[in-house]
Write a protein of this length. Structure first.
Length: 248
């Protein structure tokens, strides 16, 4: 049983960007950009890919990565990782999203530090720098307790809402009033991961389509670490273009 393992949940189909994990960027599937990045940044952690389709399994195994087949019926990455960890049997699990090709060693290790120190679950946040991103429903917002950095809520809506400006904020306001974007990387203690997977989807989770709300709705805490490392989450074809431009 590994004390800490990275498990990447991989779903072939995507509503906003069909088959994005196999989308070619500079002649290489997005999924392999992510796999290579994780191996380069944190070679000390065992790495597994929890996949729901043979094409994804073939993609990662062709380059020497380990794949675990999981049910295509899972509605969230958390559920998929829980199934995979019944094979891996790690004490602590780090969930790196399969569409985060710029994930850094510092981000992964910050998550590992939080859960190995006793947090039942952990995630990451980074400051918004533009009003366009802050108002974009694809950029998830997080608010947390200042003293403990425990998550209070996640939403696709602008959070907090600038009432005196009727929500009409600009870049200067966003920089002067720190607001935080949630990065979809998580770490769990194995016991909590298994509990989450056995819970029914929450009401808020289903409304917002944010799986982490199931945790808060059931009274569990999520610790949050801050990061300023650059990131490009590939949610749309436009994001894939941005990553291609970053590669040069």
């Amino acid at each position: 049983m590994a004390p800490v393992a990275i498990i990447v949940p991989c779903r072939l189909e995507s509503t906003r960007f069909p088959r994005k994990l196999l989308h070619q960027i500079k002649g290489r599937p997005l999924l392999l950009w992510v796999a290579g990045r994780i191996r380069q940044e944190t070679p000390e952690f065992p790495l597994y890919f929890a996949v729901d389709h043979e094409l994804l399994r073939e993609c990662v195994e062709s380059q020497g990565f380990q794949a675990i087949m999981t049910s295509p019926a899972h509605q969230s990455g958390t559920d998929r990782i829980a199934e995979a960890n019944r094979t891996v049997q790690a004490d602590h699990i780090i969930n790196v999203q399969a569409d985060e090709p710029l994930v850094s060693a510092a981000q992964i290790r910050a998550l590992a530090d939080l859960v190995t120190a006793g947090a039942p679950m952990a995630t990451l946040a980074t400051p918004f720098t533009s009003a366009a991103d802050f108002n974009n429903p694809n950029q998830v917002k997080i608010v947390f307790a200042q003293a403990t950095r425990r998550a209070l809520f996640f939403s696709r809506s602008p959070l907090p809402y600038a009432r005196e400006r009727q929500g009409l904020v600009d870049d200067a306001w966003v920089k002067a009033n720190p607001c935080y974007r949630h990065l979809g990387l998580y770490a769990y203690q194995a016991e909590l991961l298994e509990k989450i997977a056995k819970l029914p989807p929450g009401r808020l989770e289903q409304i917002e389509k944010l799986e982490q709300l199931r945790v808060l709705e059931n009274g569990y805490e999520i610790a949050c670490a801050l990061t300023n490392d650059p990131t490009i989450g590939v949610d749309t074809p436009e994001d894939a273009v941005k990553f291609g431009q970053w590669l040069g």
